[in-house]
Design a protein around this ligand. Sequence first.
Ligand SMILES: [Zn+2]
Length: 46
Amino acid sequence: MLSLFKRKDPICGMKEEKGKGIEKHGKWFCCQNCLKEYEKGSKKQK
Ligand SMILES: [Zn+2]
């Protein structure tokens, strides 16, 4: 089962803070930089 609370930034590992950061791709990112890194990484991955 997925836990829908207590997510964390997959890039830097920061815990989700309500009212902060960016939600995208069903994940939470602390800042634009981490979101960019994630999008870069997922494109490259395979
Ligand atoms: Zn981050």
